[in-house]
Design a protein around this ligand. Structure first.
Ligand code: C2E
Ligand code: CA
Ligand code: CA
Length: 766
């Protein structure tokens, strides 16, 4: 039980570990997947923003370069140099080709021409020619900074935005000399608004000699207004790109601080960046999350099912292991389990090497079969369970009780001390002290117990169990209700029995067995009325063996059907020689169980043409006790065929009297135990007297067995016994001597002495 449940727990632990691992792996995998998708989405968006910001910046840089490009088309031109240096200025020409030209063609808000000594000499503001000095002074700080940068080529700490323009001027520089082409362009705060402010030198494109001193400068202001921004946005495919004073709020709108090149904050650039990761975040991510959750849920279901299935499996395995190791009826461990456990204990014994003992006791319920046969199997089962409970109660918790099947139990005990075996026997017998309650009936049961002790009686389970079995067997043989501890002689006896068994088989085949006949003497006239056939076997080594020894062996070894048939056949054969004698034949209970007795007798009667009325079949009361109905029927049938039936060994069994009333026997044979020394046992004499009276009353003949003395013979005759048998008259003799024996009994052998008979009569009366 503990073994199987431990296994079960082990199973479940394994499973929950597996579940935990799978669960953790799944959560981790799911989380990683979600993070990857989310990161991919976020990073795509992020990259897009950075890129668009970059594009906007580029566009602003580009706008500076564009304005420079526009200016360059006019400023680097021989006519422009000539007109800028002319005094007074040809204002019409300048308006047409420069001031109004830039305003109208490119939307330059302010256009200035600055002379070699950095004085503004021409200005248009919003397409109107203006006072150059006043217009210039309005933003002098900014213009000076840019003019100075253009003149000196040094950067004034402003952010550089005109590289692109510079990159494309390489050819001109080579053509005109590095000092001619000068420019500077920035995004600056003009009147608090961002504007592209660029200046470029007015230099000749062909005739370098036109230039007198430092070149004049052309300076333009292009305001970055809504329209400007819209145009930039349009070219960048950012339709809502705008510039505002404050940050713009709105979903998905990004505001980036916009700073003029000198660091003046100019409000905010705002636009809705494209979000390439949006679909990833908005659709794919939830889908993936959903998928992960679904996979998790499926896995959870799967694991649950697996858990249940393997739980069932483990349960079933535990159950079948339990079944394999336990007896179904009592729930006790079975033989297999017992052997396993015994092996463990014996191993322990060897390992610890102390002087501990391992005891094995075999318990066999006596006459259990009677209960089964008379009360039914259900009652038998109830009894077995009762015995199991009692045994368990009378043992200690450390003892290992097991049922081997039928009415056989076994106990394993580890103990110490010289009285261990006796103590165990006492414990076990205690279980049978009180009667058992079976279906309302109180049944007194006994048990035979055999005990073997390790290491004395063996070190292997097989040896120890065999020896316990031998001791049990010995107890059974000695009349049951006994506890025996194994000893070496028992083994020798068993060995001898086995030898007898083998040789008996051979003897039967070789027809070495013989029948001897013991006469029965009539009390009426002292003549021989019949003979009892008794088996004789001369063992080649052991000499004469008593049938009292080998008949039980033959019964157990399954030889009895053959042996019994042999006896009947031989007796029928030999009986032909003495036609006026009755022949008594002993029947074994086994012959009732395993042989069709009626058929056998019918056949032999025919074969040997013998009159069944001459044959007395001797049975013991056990025949009527065991599955009584069937045996009784057989007996009735046999009797109907003409055979006589005798109740043998009367008085040795349980309730001989009861059977006497139950079945009509033709003869009763009072056992030797009652006959021996009868003349000295008054009570026994009284009992015999009443049995004789009863038997005679029921019309039965009474035979006294084992008459050894004249006194015994006299008493038996006196109490009214009809026939006598015993050594006083004759032992059993070979068939060849029967006739002579019969003849010697023609004269009465017992003569009653008047004196002694009178004494006996007096004894009986008192
Ligand atoms: P049983 O049927 O009670 O047979 C009588 C036994 O008592 C015989 O022993 C016989 O020799 C012995 N006996 C007779 N008179 C005296 C006496 O005055 N004193 C003493 N001490 N003994 C006496 P045996 O031949 O050794 O047979 C023993 C038992 O073996 C028989 O007891 C019977 O139960 C069984 N047996 C013998 N032959 C057969 C057989 O052919 N078939 C069966 N089934 N059983 C047999
Ligand atoms: Ca007999
Ligand atoms: Ca007898």
């Amino acid at each position: 039980m503990t073994l199987s449940s431990a296994k079960n727990v082990h199973y479940k632990n394994d499973l929950s570990r597996l579940t935990a691992v799978i669960g953790a792996a799944l959560v981790l995998f799911g989380a990683v997947l979600l993070v990857i998708v989310a990161y991919a989405g976020w990073s795509a968006n992020r990259t897009a923003v950075v890129r668009e910001r970059q594009l906007v910046e580029n566009a602003l840089d580009q706008s500076v370069s564009s304005v420079l490009d526009q200016q360059k088309a006019i400023a680097w031109w021989d006519d422009a140099v000539a007109n800028a240096q002319r005094r007074p200025l040809d204002l019409d020409w300048i308006d047409t080709n420069i001031g109004l030209y830039f305003f109208e063609t490119y939307g330059h808000d302010e256009v200035f021409i600055i002379d070699s000594s950095n004085h503004p000499i021409y200005a248009t503001v919003n397409g109107e020619r203006s006072d150059a000095a006043a217009a210039y002074n309005a933003h002098r700080a900014i213009f000076d900074q840019i003019v100075s940068e253009a003149r000196s080529g040094a950067d004034e700490g402003l952010r550089q935005r005109d590289q692109k323009f510079g990159e494309s001027q390489g050819n001109y520089s080579a053509l005109l000399g590095a000092s001619f082409g000068r420019w500077a362009g920035h995004i600056m705060s003009v009147d608090g608004e961002p504007a592209v402010v660029t200046t470029i030198s007015i230099v000749p494109n062909l005739d370098a000699g036109l230039l007198q001193g430092e070149p004049h400068l052309l300076l333009s202001v292009v305001k970055i207004d809504e329209a400007f921004m819209a145009q930039v946005g349009g070219s960048l495919l950012i339709p809502d790109l705008s510039l505002s004073q404050d940050t713009v709020r709105g979903s998905g709108v990004l505001s980036e601080a916009f700073v003029a090149d000198d660091g003046t904050p100019m409000g905010y650039l705002a636009w809705t960046p494209r979000q390439p990761g949006r679909s990833l975040l908005l659709f794919i991510l939830p889908l993936v999350a959903f998928g992960v959750m679904g996979a998790g849920w499926l896995t959870y279901l799967m694991i649950n099912r697996l858990k249940r299935a393997s739980g069932d499996l483990a349960d079933r395995e535990a159950q079948s292991r339990h079944q394999a190791l336990h007896d179904a009826l009592s729930g006790l461990p079975n033989r297999h389990h017992f052997v396993e456990h015994l092996q463990e204990q014996l191993d322990n014994l060897v390992q610890t090497r102390n002087n501990g003992r391992v005891l094995v006791a075999y318990i066999d319920v006596d006459r259990f079969k009677d209960v089964n046969d008379t009360m039914g199997h259900a009652a038998g089962d109830t009894l077995i369970m009762g015995v199991a409970q009692r045994l368990q109660k009378s043992l200690s918790r450390e003892d290992f009780l097991s049922r081997f099947g039928g009415d056989e139990f076994a106990v394993l005990r580890c103990a110490n001390g010289p009285r261990a075996a006796e103590e165990l026997a006492e414990n076990l017998r205690k279980a049978f002290e009180e009667s058992f309650d079976v279906y309302g009936q109180h049944i007194k049961m006994t048990a035979s117990i055999g005990i073997a002790v390790s290491p004395e009686h063996g070190m292997s389970p097989q040896e120890l169990m065999r020896h316990a079995d031998i001791a049990l067997y010995q107890g059974k043989n000695q009349g049951r209700d006994k506890a025996m501890v194994f000893c070496a002689e028992m083994a020798a006896e068993v060995e001898q029995r086995r030898e007898i068994e083998v040789e008996l088989h051979a003897a039967l085949e070789a027809r070495e067995l013989k029948l001897h006949y013991q006469p029965l003497i009539s009390c009426a006239d002292g003549r021989v009325t019949g003979v009892e056939a008794l088996l004789r076997w001369k063992h080649p080594k052991q000499g004469d063996i008593s049938p009292g020894v080998f008949v039980p062996i033959a019964e157990e070894a399954g030889l009895m059907p053959a042996l019994g048939a042999f006896v009947i056949e031989r007796a029928f054969e030999e009986a032909k020689a003495w036609p006026d004698l009755e022949i008594s034949i002993n029947l074994s209970p086994v012959q009732f169980r395993h042989v069709d007795l009626v058929e056998l007798l019918e056949r032999l009667v025919q074969e040997h043409e013998i009159n069944p009325t001459r044959i007395v079949l001797e049975v013991t009361e056990g025949i009527l006790m065991e599955s009584s109905d069937r045996n009784r029927q057989i007996l009735e049938q046999v009797r109907a065929m003409g055979f006589k039936i005798a109740l043998d060994d009367f008085g040795t069994g349980y309730s001989s009297l009861r059977y006497l009333c139950d079945f009509r026997f033709d003869k009763i044979k009072i056992d030797r135990a009652f006959v021996t020394g009868i003349h000295e046992r008054k009570r026994a004499m009284t009992i015999i007297q009443s049995v004789v009276t009863l038997g005679r009353g029921l019309g039965m003949e009474i035979v006294a067995e084992g008459v050894e003395t004249e006194a015994e013979a006299s008493v038996m005759r006196l109490v009214g016994v009809s026939e006598l048998q015993g050594f006083f008259f004759s032992r059993a003799v070979p068939a060849s001597e029967v006739a002579a024996l019969q003849a010697s009994f023609q004269r009465p052998k017992i003569e009653t002495k008047p004196g002694s008979v009178m004494d006996l009569r007096a004894q009986l009366r008192s």
